[in-house]
Design a protein around this ligand. Structure first.
Ligand code: XMP
Length: 511
């Protein structure tokens, strides 16, 4: 495997995904947690960082743990740190270099640049500049502004690039990472969905034996793939619980139950909407709403789980990005998240998390390989508290009904709208949903009558990991069609707006 040491860059996870796309297993670890005695490590990548090597708080690592023993690739801050530690010079120029640049000179005899073209486009994002490289290194790539854009030490097998090979805008970035991971580190590229399923099913059988397992389903991709995988491993010894809190999408409970039954899963569906609506009555504060839903959910789930008295395991669809130890620099709670399931108290259950090494796109590939329905696999993420975080102010059944109808029109039309290449607009969006601005009313006219009703906001974003997101540039004709249909068909709504905020500074959900 490849170890990626994280110095806090926004694109560290992206490096991980790129390495996995090369069918190579990798782990992302905090910069100071290099696994010293792990013989399966074949190479090390150092990520970028929000810090400058000169900052007092800058993350520092002892390079002697791996330099000289394993091939090393330093990216951005990683490159600067290697230069700085080896006696080179990193200077604060005061101006950030951000965006496209071209490799005017590139040494294609260097194994890292095999197949590179002169003038190849690279993406820069850095404040400091490396003005002198350490002894033993030589320059292998330069751009117009940055002479030391790439440099290497062949004897020690260290390669450094100031630009970001993991991002889309570095045109030959995938080739660079392939050169490193496959040619230099010698990955055999054996990590694939099929091999993952085969080995995981075997491990699960061994781990669980004839024990009974409980799993909380949410209708989302992760828990569904987790259930299907477990079902393949242990069959009828898996019992799933799907709680309806009443704030799911239109007809979702029924549709998802049908899909699960079609997959042969044993699912207990629990309609607990009465309890949720009554506990939420009159509550308007977003954090209070989230806390109540989270608490009620655990209560309902636990009560159900306790009925399965012989259960020994609780399975969860936790995926890798949920677990990567984050080097969060502020540590502030923006929203308290609620996820499906929770360890029932009083029950001594062991935790089983078969997807814990997978990125989202790998979970989807595994689902595909398991033969799950396409619609289920490619579903957008949906928040645990459901439509409750998309209704401003207090929550009533009537408001949920209005939002369900609007959401249904929006999402179905997103499936129907075809792009030039025949794919659905839905597939080009990371996540989409409607928000009921129920604390606001505006005047409209319908036929000859004055209306005084609520607006609905449409939200759609593009993203890689939900940490940052841009608003999706949806086609105008699509927006016009959705707006018409919602105002015409959904009683209680007389205006539709489109949310054009990116994250940060906004968030994806409104509450
Ligand atoms: P925000 O609004 O923080 O959302 O930008 C980021 C992503 O997380 C989803 N989300 C949740 N998912 N439980 C979940 O499982 C939650 O409580 C929750 N709140 C937000 C949101 O839909 C988006 O994909």
């Amino acid at each position: 495997k490849i170890i990626i040491l994280d110095f806090g860059s926004q694109t560290t996870q992206l490096i991980g995904r790129r390495v996995r796309e090369l069918d190579t297993f990798c782990e992302i670890l905090p910069y100071n947690k290099f696994p010293k005695d792990d013989p399966s490590v074949i190479g090390v990548i150092l990520s970028g960082s929000p810090f400058s090597v000169h900052d007092k708080e800058a993350f520092k690592v002892d390079l002697s743990q791996f330099v000289g023993r394993l091939p090393v690739l330093g990216i951005c801050y990683g490159a600067q740190f290697i230069a700085y530690s080896g006696g080179g010079k990193v200077e604060q120029t005061g101006t950030r270099e951000y965006g496209r640049a071209n490799l005017d000179t590139v040494d294609t005899s260097s194994p890292i640049f095999k197949g590179f073209k002169k003038g190849s486009q690279v993406w820069m994002s850095h404040g400091d500049t490396i003005t002198a490289i350490p002894d033993g290194f030589h320059v292998i790539g330069s751009t117009g502004d940055v002479h030391n854009a790439a440099f290497a030490n062949d004897d020690e097998r260290v390669w450094c690039v100031q630009f970001h090979p993991e991002v889309f805008h570095t045109t030959q970035g995938k080739e660079l990472l392939r050169n490193f991971v496959v040619d230099i580190c010698g990955s055999r590229q054996e990590w694939s969905p099929a091999s993952f399923i085969e080995s995981t099913v075997m491990e699960l059988r061994e781990q669980i034996g004839d024990d009974r397992v409980i799993l909380g389903l949410s209708g989302g991709v992760d828990s569904s793939v987790c259930a299907t995988l477990l079902h393949r491993a242990i069959g009828k010894n898996l019992t799933c619980i799907f709680v309806d809190h009443g704030m799911l999408r239109k007809n979702e409970f029924k549709k998802v139950m049908e899909a699960y039954n079609g997959l042969g899963l044993n699912v207990i569906g629990v309609d607990a909407s009465e309890k949720f609506f009554s506990d939420l009555e009159g509550v308007t504060d977003p954090e209070k709403k989230r806390k109540i839903i989270g608490r009620d959910f655990v209560e309902v789930f636990n009560a159900e789980a306790q009925k399965i008295t012989d259960a020994k395991w609780l399975a969860q669809g936790t995926i890798y990005p949920d677990r990567i130890e984050s080097l969060s620099i502020t540590g502030m709670t923006i929203k308290s998240h609620h996820n499906v399931g929770g360890l029932p108290k009083d029950m001594k259950l062991q935790l089983c998390e078969p997807l814990k090494w997978l990125f989202k796109d790998e979970v989807r590939r595994v689902g595909h390989q398991l033969g799950m329905p396409e619609r289920l696999i490619k579903r957008h993420p949906f928040p645990g508290p459901g439509l409750a975080v998309r209704i401003l102010g207090d929550i009533t059944r009537e408001k949920v009904r209005i939002l369900q109808d609007a959401d249904d029109i929006y999402i179905e039309k997103m499936h129907d709208y075809k792009m030039d290449d025949g794919t659905e607009l839905y597939d080009h969006v990371w996540q989409a949903g409607t928000v009921l601005l129920s604390t606001i009313r505006s005047v409209g006219v319908m036929g000859d009558e004055r209306t005084y009703e609520h607006p609905v906001a449409l939200r759609a974003v593009t993203s890689m990991d939900a940490m940052t997101a841009d608003w999706a540039h949806l086609p105008y004709d699509f927006l016009a069609d959705v707006s018409n249909e919602i105002i015409r068909k959904v009683k209680g709504v007389n205006r539709v707006c489109y949310d054009v905020s990116s994250k940060p500074p906004a968030t994806i959900e409104w509450e």
